[in-house]
Design a protein around this ligand. Structure first.
Ligand code: GSY
Length: 175
């Protein structure tokens, strides 16, 4: 598995923890994906469409033999299996899976933009990403991620919900 990717996950409907857990489990069971690291879980105030419930968010680092396009399809399929219903564009969702980075690649296709184009606006992505990869660099981004984070007003809305202490990806979810 030669490729390193970072994924972001969020849920703000129903049993949010269970949706995150199910998504992590589905990815973990895929022979083309190895979960390397998982962030803590953060409770985050909604960004964009603000009249909706708080999210639980986390970020994960994976190794994968999938191409970026195949990984996108895996993410979309995982959302579908978990039962995501697509309603209003920025509205509530059982699960959302985004590819943040795929190696240091810049990818622009009809279905995929990598690095994710809204990383810089989203403290709910940057904070867990820096937790698991403090020295991460984002292609084409001039400023360090810490500097970008300092300029984001919504960072106060990102609070640690369940701390990750060990290496076991599933410790966050219990048995
Ligand atoms: O694109 C992710 C879905 N999403 C989120 C999210 O995951 N967390 C927070 N805090 N706000 C969000 N707005 C959208 S859309």
């Amino acid at each position: 598995m030669n490729n390193i990717a970072y994924l972001s996950m969020g849920s703000n409907l129903g049993n949010r923890l269970e949706y995150l857990h199910n998504a992590v489990r589905i990815l973990d069971q895929d022979e083309n994906i190895e979960i390397v690291r998982l962030s803590s879980i953060y409770e985050t105030e909604p960004v964009g469409f603000t009249n909706q419930g708080n999210f639980l968010n986390l970020v994960m680092k994976i190794k994968t033999s999938y191409s970026a396009q195949e990984l996108l399809e895996k993410c979309l399929n995982t959302e579908k299996v978990i039962g995501r219903k697509r309603g209003i564009r920025w509205g509530p969702r059982t699960i959302d899976l985004d590819i943040l980075l795929y190696n240091q690649d810049n990818i622009e296709t009809d279905s995929l933009s990598v690095p994710h184009p809204r990383i810089q606006e989203r403290a709910f992505v940057i904070i867990p990403l820096l937790e698991i990869e403090p020295n991460i660099t984002i292609p084409k981004m001039k400023d360090p991620l810490y500097t970008i984070l300092n300029g984001i007003p919504d960072k106060e809305g990102v609070r640690l919900w369940k701390r990750k202490n060990g290496e076991d990806a599933f410790e966050l979810f219990g048995n």
